[in-house]
Design a protein around this ligand. Structure first.
Ligand code: ADP
Ligand code: MG
Length: 674
């Protein structure tokens, strides 16, 4: 923990450091670095070992290394692009260093006879090893010994480079190095400049210590918010005329055990005079919508309104149709709110919601518009929660004094993560699929057998079924990805028929996306070629084949989400993982898990396990929750002890709690406003 009283410099502005003017201050603000304390918390994401000089003859391909030697040649090379090519010798061998961009000053400094020290990754060329654009310094006489600590690598933003960030944290370490004692402050300073003999294990332990502090603070903040929320009054919604029972009798199916349990949990919450704040987790197709319907019926029995929000127009319409079927026969009036409605329709809908005749309003974010005002909103249901920002949820909260809230998500998250990420909510889980669901036949097929896959699609589409084809992820460039997808779509058009194939990609406008999705839903398009993740919750029962190119590059969670687009009807469905050889061990294991399991929660647990604590610098699980230091994939194993510790602190050590919240507060608390 950081104690600002013990270390007053922590609250000083970043401007007090040498070389930090207004423009850099602004740039650092983007990284949420405003004070010295914030800089202290901006810990390195990895390290480079520049503490010893590697003889040129001992260089290894692809392995970062620091070399030192004399420039023995310097010339301009004219290949495809002009470059400055210098040759360095250190008595053990020669290496070339190439610059494609260089200034006149650089060129004259890099002259024959000068000493150079350079850090880079050797790659192989026709004439031997070469560095391209290494970090370097030129010296006219023997340079000082190399750094005796590991070189930190920081997360950056446009306008501040690695060199600048290192010089800032060097100052930080200098002005504060006199401090003694073992607390988080020391640990963070250590992480900014670890000694060269620090092992991976030392570094990991230090990181874990800080991550644990941050997660503890987050958990405590979540719990405090939950308590605060539960201390507010809400309109209780007790059972009365039992309209729900009528629907239950007419449904045409019986609720699964899991649905019954979850429904009971929701209805019990609604009866209380405090606001419900509940997360409903259930894999795609597990039947969350009907739970929402029963909750809305309960509110309607009391003459009170429910708002239901979906992330896209198509999903809102899908819900609207379902709710009309279920609720209108019970005499409960349902309205749809979308951005596209014409003025007269819009006026009528607004009027119905304002007067309270519409008891259920279903919509997209259009439901947040100022013109929509509810008569007596008491229940808010949010579908596919991760698509909504905090601000939108807040805007809806403002529409009902304090309403009961049900948040539904199809993203299975391992239990331990849920306890921290959604610590402010009660959690219900539908861990069972309705009976009679087709198990999706999942196969991993190498790219060389693509033709076979195409002919399988052709015979399915000829037979009236539909299919998805998800194009490879090309992380480097949207443009490349789009080009690749266009080529794929064209190729598939030739086989399947141009009028039956459509492309859906991230650069399309929302209107165009909706048009394509709707055509697919209506069966006008047989094959949907997509670059982006296809609509969450999109229900096209006639789609039976999902082809995923380059599945080896995707995470398990994403693969599972994609696969969930098929297997929604009565016909057998298939998921084809069209992979490229060679597969890494991990990729092979991931595909194997996909092949053998369709249980989202099992897959999520495996995903976490595989990414595990060992992985350094792995990608974060979700973009929505950004911790400064903690990485949920890396630090999940700490969570059980973090929770025990946090609960103990909350019971007995108010001072420690305050300190933790003060240190890590702003971010955690920002993400909290459910
Ligand atoms: P999701 O949890 O993905 O939102 P839905 O609520 O859309 O799932 O349900 C998927 C389909 O399963 C719908 O067509 C729904 O009517 C149906 N369904 C829901 N519960 C049951 C059940 N207990 N038995 C049979 N079908 C069900
Ligand atoms: Mg759904």
């Amino acid at each position: 923990m950081l104690d600002n009283q013990k270390y007053p410099e922590l609250s000083q502005s970043i401007k007090s450091l040498r070389g930090v003017g207004p423009s850099l201050t602004k740039t650092l603000g983007k990284l949420e670095i405003f004070t010295i304390g914030d800089l202290l918390k901006h810990l390195p994401t990895s390290y480079e070992d520049r503490s010893h000089i590697v003889p040129i003859k001992a260089l290894e391909l692809g392995q970062n290394a620091l070399i030192e030697g004399e420039i023995v040649d310097s010339q301009l090379a004219y290949g495809k692009k002009r470059s400055l090519l210098i040759t360095v010798s250190d008595n053990t061998g020669y290496i070339k260093i190439r610059f494609f961009h260089f200034s006149k000053n650089q060129q004259s400094a890099l002259k024959i006879g000068a000493l150079i020290r350079a850090f880079g990754i050797p790659r192989i060329t026709k004439s031997g090893f070469e560095f391209a654009h290494p970090d370097y310094q030129v010296h006219m006489e023997k340079p000082p010994p190399p750094s005796d600590s590991l070189t930190p690598v920081y997360a950056l933003t446009k306008g501040v480079g690695q060199r600048r960030m290192r010089s800032l944290t060097k100052q930080l370490v200098e002005i504060t190095s006199a401090k003694q004692g073992v607390d988080s402050y020391e640990t963070m300073l250590y992480l900014h400049r670890p000694p060269q003999n620090a092992t991976d294990n030392d570094l990991r332990e230090a990181q874990e210590k800080i991550a644990a502090d941050e997660l503890t603070a987050h958990y405590i903040a979540m719990k405090q918010q939950q308590r605060m929320y539960h201390s507010l009054p809400a309109i209780p919604l007790p059972s009365s005329i039992k309209l729900g029972r009528l629907l239950l009798n007419q449904l045409g199916f019986t609720l699964t055990k899991a649905q019954q349990r979850v429904l009971r949990e929701v209805l019990e919450d609604l009866e209380k005079p405090i606001p419900m704040l509940r997360l409903l987790q259930g894999d795609v197709g597990s039947g969350k919508t009907i739970i929402a319907a029963f909750a809305a019926i309960r509110a309607a029995e009391q003459g009170r309104q429910t708002a239901i929000m979906a992330p896209t127009e198509i999903l809102a319409e899908q819900h609207y149709l379902n709710f009309c079927n279920w609720l209108e026969p019970l005499g409960i009036s349902v309205e749809l709110v979308t951005g596209k409605q014409r003025a007269p329709v819009k006026r009528r809908v607004e009027q119905a919601i304002a007067s309270g005749t519409a008891l259920v309003a279903i919509g997209t974010h259009a439901i947040f518009q100022k013109s929509i005002s509810f008569n007596n909103l008491s229940l808010t249901i949010i579908d596919e929660q991760h698509r909504f920002g905090v601000h939108q949820r807040m805007a809806l909260l403002e529409k009902g004094a304090i309403s009961h809230q049900l948040v539904m998500t199809a993203t299975p998250i391992p239990r331990t993560l849920t306890m921290v990420l959604y610590g402010n909510m009660d959690v219900s889980v539908i861990d069972e699929q309705p009976p009679g669901r087709q198990k999706i036949d999942t196969r991993a097929i190498p790219y060389e057998r693509r033709e076979q896959v195409i002919s399988a699609i052709k015979s399915a589409t000829d037979g009236g079924q539909q299919a998805y084809w998800v194009c490879p992820l090309i992380a480097e460039s949207d443009q490349l990805q789009l080009a690749a997808a266009e080529t794929t779509a064209q190729m598939l058009s030739q086989h399947i028929g141009a009028s039956s194939v459509s492309l859906l990609h991230g650069r399309m406008t929302n209107t165009d996306k909706t048009t394509v999705m709707r055509a697919f839903k209506d069966g006008k398009i047989k094959l949907l070629v997509a670059t982006t993740v296809i609509e969450v919750g999109m229900d096209v029962p006639n789609a039976t084949i999902m082809v995923i190119e380059n599945p080896e590059r995707m995470g398990l969670a994403q693969l599972h989400q994609l696969r969930g687009r098929v297997g929604r009807g009565v016909l057998p469905s298939h998921c084809i993982l069209l992979y490229k050889n060679p597969l890494s061990e991990k990729a092979r294991e991931r595909l194997e898990i996909m092949r053998t399991s369709t249980d989202g929660f099992h897959i999520a647990e495996k995903d976490l396990e595989m990414r595990g604590p060992g992985e350094l610098g792995g990608t974060r699980q979700t973009g929505e929750q950004q911790f400064r230091v903690a990485d949920l994939a890396k630090h999940a194993h700490l969570i059980p002890s973090i929770i025990t510790n946090a609960e103990a602190l909350m019971r007995s050590d108010k001072q420690a709690v305050d300190l933790l919240l003060e240190t890590w507060g702003p971010r955690s608390i920002e993400t909290l406003k459910v």
